[in-house]
Design a protein around this ligand. Structure first.
Ligand SMILES: [Zn+2]
Length: 250
């Protein structure tokens, strides 16, 4: 959540090709490697740091990086399985997942590939994947959540923007594991669809946070005062968000 430049890259550590996100942060003085809860490696570096130098730093710390990645993967493997009966959060509600694979009868011949679907009926989220593959269920659910996010988060932006006296150039829905939202220097706001899986108040806080960056492209006292004007308990919500990171089912 701030003015950074980032790009994706990969580096070979031992026998594995390890993808990572390279971030150059204004006013940052030291390089720092982190593995976030989603299992994404981030190299946060000073503004003038080069990409070859980032790779070098990763290679120098290969042992730590690989060990931390392994531990994060084990944690992710402990996430709830996406099978019938699983509980999925949707803002302040819980939905029960119902997985019913599509009947594989295709009257129009094999050329037509069956496509899965997701439908919400009250508190039940019925998913009809084209195959029994759990990855397929995950992809379908992700796209359903994305659709819900586009609708809900846009309406929250519309709610808060006039109150804060700002107007974003655009609002996009993204799915980066590394961040809940961002705001570009051009006034474009990006929000993570996973915000649909946290309490509504937390999602609202991220919306307000990014909208306030339209006025202050930093985390100055003035920035936080603006956030506080709309969300007085923002510190609590931020702590809550941090606690949820890495425990979301998708
Ligand atoms: Zn920020």
């Amino acid at each position: 959540m701030g003015a950074t430049i980032e790009r994706e890259d990969a580096v070979r550590l031992g026998t594995v090709e390890v993808p990572y996100v390279f971030k150059r942060v204004p006013r940052r003085r030291h390089v720092h490697i982190m593995v976030n809860d989603g299992g994404t490696i981030e190299v946060r570096a000073p503004w003038r740091f080069s990409l070859p130098r980032a790779r070098e730093v990763l290679r120098e710390n290969a042992q730590w990086v690989l060990r931390t990645l392994e531990r994060t993967r084990e944690k992710l493997a402990g996430r709830p399985r996406l099978v019938s009966g699983a509980r999925l959060p949707l803002l302040d509600a819980w939905l029960r997942l119902d997985v019913r694979p599509q009947a594989q009868i295709d009257l129009f011949g094999a050329a037509r590939r069956p496509r899965g679907s997701v439908e919400r009926r009250g508190a039940v989220l019925r998913t009809s994947p084209a195959s029994l593959d759990e990855g397929e269920v995950r992809r379908l659910l992700e796209s359903w959540y994305r659709g819900a996010a586009a609708h809900h988060l846009a309406s929250r932006v519309e709610h808060y923007a006039p109150r804060l006296g700002v107007e974003p150039a655009s609002v996009a829905i993204r799915g980066q594991r590394t961040r809940w939202g961002s705001c570009s220097a051009q006034g474009r706001i990006s929000l993570n669809w996973r915000l649909m899986m946290v309490p509504g108040a937390f999602a609202d806080y991220v919306v307000v946070h990014e909208l306030c960056h339209l006025r202050h492209m930093n985390h100055s006292l003035r920035f936080w005062a603006m956030v506080e004007s709309a969300v007085p308990d923002y510190r609590q919500r931020e702590r809550g968000l941090r606690a949820l990171q890495g425990s979301l089912p998708l």
